[in-house]
Write a protein of this length. Structure first.
Length: 272
């Protein structure tokens, strides 16, 4: 009997110890971001994400040296950046694939949330569930370059144009979020970057905050051309819609043509 009691006690101790072991995988996932209190999110400044190279202020952008951001004209405060997991960690799609409403209907419940964009004869639907994974989908709508975006931390979803005069910009995730207690109720919001100039953008204030395009505004599409809606509304009113395929990924580009002459673009599109 004493042996059985001792064995049971040892088993209970082992179970308690296992439950107290810290999680081994510290990779930041979207699910973790959605539940981690702001005070517990890693501050980029404290984790060495800001540094200098040849006396130029830089921000960590990935394992490769050329992925870091020049933030010499950054207007945001270093102490208010969170994370810093690398600028290619999220699959911000470049050439998204789509399916039909009929083919996708079995995958979605009527109450599932979507961003819906329409222009001319074209209608495109992006589920918020998929956008939570991609955060940015670079796309085209009726010939115009657009992007569908969603930030789970700020619950910010919108459709933007990517056409700046004669220049088309392509966007991705920087791997950072940023907060300001005086903006958006102090919620964190993702920080984007464009591949064409490597400027950083903070959608919660609607403009580029560093780099050659600092001050240029994001071009949110008129609400007459998009809506935040549900799958039930889409399938009942837009049976012709193209629906973003789930689970997409792509090979990250190793290089991208850089836009060197930005003066006219900044003059034409600087946020008023």
């Amino acid at each position: 009997m004493l042996y059985k009691i001792s064995s049971l006690f040892l088993l209970l101790c082992l179970l308690a110890a296992c439950q107290q072991q810290p999680a081994q995988d510290e990779t930041v996932t979207k699910e973790q971001e959605s539940v981690t209190p702001k005070k517990q999110r890693p501050l980029a400044f404290e984790n060495g994400k800001f540094f200098e190279k040849d006396a130029v202020p830089m921000l960590y952008g990935g394992e490769q040296e050329q992925q870091h951001f020049n933030v010499s004209n950054l207007e945001l405060k270093k102490e208010q950046f969170h994370y810093g997991i690398g600028r290619e960690r999220f699959p911000a799609l470049l050439q998204p694939g789509f399916t039909t409403v009929a083919a996708a209907d079995s995958l979605w419940k009527d109450e599932d949330r979507f961003l819906l964009a329409y222009a001319g004869d074209e209608v495109k639907a992006y589920s918020v569930k998929d956008l939570t994974r991609h955060e940015v989908v670079n796309d085209r709508l009726d010939g115009e370059p657009i992007m569908a975006v969603y930030c789970i931390l700020a619950d910010l979803g919108a459709i933007y144009s990517r056409q700046y005069g004669d220049q088309e910009l392509t966007f991705a995730l920087s791997g950072y979020t940023y907060f300001d207690e005086e903006v958006w109720d102090g919620l964190d919001g993702f920080v984007l970057w464009d591949r064409d100039t490597e400027s950083l953008w903070w959608p919660l204030i609607g403009r580029a905050v560093s780099g050659p395009l600092k001050g240029v505004g994001l071009l949110e599409k008129d609400k007459a051309n998009w809506e935040d809606t549900t799958w039930g509304h889409i399938k009942n009113n837009y049976p012709q819609a193209q629906v973003l395929l789930s689970g997409q990924d792509y090979i990250r580009p190793s290089e991208w043509p850089q836009l060197t002459e930005t003066e006219q673009l900044v003059a034409d599109f600087k946020q008023k």
